[in-house]
Design a protein around this ligand. Structure first.
Ligand code: FEC
Length: 307
């Protein structure tokens, strides 16, 4: 039919301002407020990155806008994008409400994160579908797009560009990374690790990189065990083995935000300086043309073969 379809573009979300950090952190912790120490530490990380600006908000806005343009090119007049955030306003439920209010009967959900875990994308999709069911909107959600050829090409471009910053006659390790999750995802038969390795392998092969590893980053500050090794430990170990050059490729993320701008650009970089390692990071995808086409083509394919 010629019916117009709503697209719920979902992203992690970031506070609106410094006063909002406590509510945001409490939401991430499923209603448990952080201790004053944890709160001060998180505020400190935002201050360190951009002096209290929250770049993820503008980045997500721009990505949604660019995706709308790409969809308009590929399927004129067919898709209308809405935003829904996991931990901040407009929440996923707010996005679905706006879709229902505007009279849409059909919607596709997609998360701005390429790899599926029941604890990440699974959580977004569950909330979107629950709200859609409640409001009588038929919602189908994309689970993952981690091997889309244009996503791989976009990442290959970025790896190849940054390789030029290194002395190729000396040992150089490319470190692919993604957000760690609690180890218990393994008991759930979760595809997260496998998908991350598949993306890393595809990008390394096409970029002609033989010497690479996958490592985790940004593990949560909870008492349960998280997937490792962490990138900081991996870098120390590599340095001891004689690797004094590291190219960081955080393929689990698609935009400039705290986990990249702080955990890699400040924390990992400081460690690198301390242990005498030349450390560079690939540019994030943000509104990259190939990334936008990955999202648009995945949305259109999902509509044609709903799961
Ligand atoms: O720039 C920003 O303001 C937001 C950056 C940000 C992104 C992000 C992505 C992911 N997270 C994932 C899982 C978890 C789990 C916990 C957790 C905790 C935090 C905290 C902050 C935070 N995350 Fe995040 N995450 C971002 C920010 N994340 C801040 C709280 C302080 C801390 O522990 O560092 C642990 C929750 C708990 O306590 O139980 C689990 C996953 C992703 C990547 C996929 C996605 O984007 O959805 C998975 C960006």
């Amino acid at each position: 039919s010629n019916e117009r379809i709503a697209v719920l573009v979902m992203s992690y979300g970031t506070p609106e301002n410094m006063d909002d950090v406590e509510a945001y952190y409490t939401h991430i912790r499923r209603g448990h407020p952080p201790t004053p120490e944890l709160l001060a530490e998180l505020k400190g990380r935002y201050e360190a990155v951009t002096g209290g600006v929250f770049p993820l908000r503008e980045n997500t806005d721009r990505q949604v806008e660019a995706l709308q343009q790409t969809l308009d090119e590929l399927a004129p007049g067919r898709y209308v994008c809405y935003q829904g955030l996991k931990h901040a306003r407009p929440y996923i439920e707010d996005g679905v409400e706006a879709i229902a209010k505007d009279g849409f009967k059909q919607a596709v959900g997609i998360v701005l994160a390429p790899h599926y875990s029941v604890m990440s994308v699974g959580g977004y999709n569950k909330r979107a579908k629950e709200k859609a069911t409640e409001l009588g909107v038929e919602m189908t959600c994309v689970d993952s797009y981690h091997l889309h050829p244009k996503l791989v090409d976009a990442l290959v471009d970025r790896v190849v560009t940054k390789l030029a910053a290194f002395d190729r006659s000396r040992p150089l390790k490319v470190l692919f990374s993604a957000h760690s999750l609690p180890v218990r995802i393994r008991e759930l038969g979760d595809p997260y690790e496998q998908q991350l390795l598949e993306t890393s392998d595809a990008v390394a092969k096409k970029a002609g990189v033989q010497d690479w590893e996958f490592t985790w980053q940004s593990a949560g500050r909870t008492h349960e065990p998280w997937l490792g090794p962490d990138i900081l430990d991996t870098m120390k170990e590599l340095s001891e083995k004689g690797y004094k050059q590291v190219l960081s490729a955080p393929i689990g993320f698609v935009s400039d935000h705290l986990e990249v701008l702080y955990d890699l650009d400040i924390e990992a970089k400081a460690l690198a300086e301390e242990i005498g390692v030349h450390f560079e990071r690939i540019a994030m995808l943000n509104t990259d043309r190939f990334y936008m086409e990955t999202l648009a083509e995945t949305i259109i394919a999902q509509r044609e073969t709903p799961q």
